[in-house]
Design a protein around this ligand. Sequence first.
Ligand SMILES: [Zn+2]
Length: 87
Amino acid sequence: MTAQEGPVSYTYRCAQCRTTSPRVIDYRLVLAERDTHRARFHGGHIPDGESITARQTQSWAEAGSLERGLTVALVLVVLLVIAYKTL
Ligand SMILES: [Zn+2]
């Protein structure tokens, strides 16, 4: 059985500022994040050690039982909070 390819997400990291962008699912968005960061914090220069990391997003079928259980528990808590607030 071969691993199915899921969606890929990206982060931009600036080693100089020691920051990592929020994860985005479109490569163009991470490039825009990089360009904005360069312009805003480095005067348009390219900071040493910057990087863009791609990560395969895990599918539900590939998730372990702990991850699935925590996800279901989180959904139930959110639903309970919504139900409680609408009473
Ligand atoms: Zn930076």
